[in-house]
Design a protein around this ligand. Structure first.
Ligand code: FAD
Length: 390
């Protein structure tokens, strides 16, 4: 038990853990059914999450959310990371970065129903030619009368099949802010919005990642988020937040894997002994547990610092360090867990096999490990080691 947490935080952690424990029995059914559960079961999970206050966990009270601090959110997300097949995504996070700029119209039309858990959003930023280098996007927004005309093709749009609206990032093609980034609310059923393709990915999730085309999509100026030129800053705020939440979920995944692999090793007999008696197995478990603890402390400390108001740039560096370390740690743990399970670890009905595939993307999305290292090195050179880790 962590002395780092208050008793109230531990109560929240336990509440989240108990809820996720209820989802774990549905993993294999989801895996064997393209990530889908029956509509009734999915609805029941959503309603339970809502009743427990685990919907839109990052939204402040003034916007109708539960108003959790960053550490509290990390504790909840950590637990949601313990279940495979994205069943934990029923614990949802809305676009909390929008709080300072949301208009009454946007609040009423999109954000309030999102906070209430009635509708969902998705994000269309990445393109075929621009992923890490977001500034390389070719999508355009052309000012036109009292609105804009949007064009572009986006890749990997996560949860597009479940979303009511999409945040579309583009560059202005004309006007005084030409070349600068803009972000828009776009209805998924707006004329000119289409799904080009639903590619298959390594994981088996009910949330699909569409390739989407936007052809002469006309949106009123009321759909612009913030002001012209603000687009990138919203993406940065979202990346920073989501990197820390990825770190938290990776800690949850690693803990589940360590517990499952340890239980299996205790009961599996080979050469007249439990395999947990062999040091080759013990060392894999010991390394995994040690690395999990380090990742968890980094994640909690970063979250606590954000709650205490540490400098935004320091937050940026610490979120990158947490994501880099926790995601690489969880992938090492998953690899070891597969090894401990032996042939069973290669079967889709096995938790280690599923996590082995699922965790791989945590080293890629919301900034690859290489991009995190670039951010960390830049922060180190500008601010020094003591500021970032002291
Ligand atoms: C399952 C999944 C879901 C996703 N969901 C979404 C979503 O909802 N919305 C969205 O907009 N995007 C989404 N993405 C896109 C994701 O954010 C990008 O894949 C990611 O940012 C990397 O971009 P890329 O794939 O274009 O790789 P690239 O940027 O082409 O990188 C390829 C390789 O080059 C390396 N590299 C690039 N630049 C440098 C450098 N300067 N120095 C060293 N190495 C470098 C990278 O680290 C990587 O190893 C998703 C991706 C996946 C796989």
């Amino acid at each position: 038990m962590s002395t780092f947490l208050t008793s109230a935080e531990r109560v929240l952690q336990t509440r989240a853990r108990d809820f996720i424990d209820e989802l774990i029995p549905y993993e294999v059914e989801a895996e064997m059914n393209r990530g889908e559960l029956s509509a009734e079961v999915a609805k029941a999970h959503h309603e339970k999450a809502r009743a427990l206050g685990f919907v839109s966990i990052n939204m402040p009270e003034r916007m109708g959310g539960p108003g959790y601090g960053m550490l509290e959110q990390a504790l909840i997300q950590e637990q949601s990371g313990r279940v495979t097949n994205a069943l934990g995504w029923v614990v949802s996070t809305g676009p909390s970065w929008i709080t300072e700029v949301v208009t009454d119209y946007q609040m009423e039309r999109w954000i309030r129903p999102t906070v209430d858990g009635d509708i969902h959003e998705c994000y269309a930023i990445t393109e075929e030619g621009a992923g890490s280098d977001v500034d390389g996007i070719e999508a355009t927004a052309r000012p036109d009368g009292d609105g804009y005309v949007l064009n572009g093709t986006k890749w990997h749009v996560t949860s597009a099949n479940l979303a009511a609206y999409v945040f579309f990032q583009a560059k202005l093609s004309d006007g005084p802010n030409a070349g600068r980034h803009v972000l828009f609310f776009v209805e998924m059923d707006a004329p000119g919005v289409e799904c080009v393709r639903v590619p298959e990915y390594s994981h088996t999730y009910g949330h699909h990642h569409w390739e989407m085309k936007f052809s002469d999509v006309r949106v009123p100026k009321e759909n612009l988020v913030g002001s012209e030129g603000d687009g990138m800053s919203f993406s940065h705020a979202w990346f920073r937040y989501e990197r820390l939440m990825i770190a938290a979920r990776c800690c949850g995944a690693a803990e589940r894997l360590i517990e499952e692999a340890t239980a299996f090793a205790e009961q599996r007999q080979a050469y007249g002994s439990s395999i947990a008696d062999y040091q080759a197995i013990q060392f894999m478990l010991a390394d995994s547990l040690t690395e999990l603890w380090a990742a968890r402390l980094m994640t909690y400390e970063t979250a606590r610092g954000i709650d205490a108001g540490v400098d935004l740039k320091v937050q940026h560096g610490q979120c990158s360090m947490s994501k880099l370390y926790a995601s690489e740690m969880a992938n090492r743990v998953a690899d070891r867990a597969v090894q401990i399970f032996g042939g069973r670890g290669f079967m889709r009905e096995n938790v280690a096999e599923r996590f082995f595939r699922e965790l791989r993307v945590d080293r890629i999305w919301e900034g690859t490990s290489e991009i995190q290292r670039i951010i960390i090195a830049n922060q180190l050179r500008k601010r020094g080691a003591a500021t970032l880790t002291g």
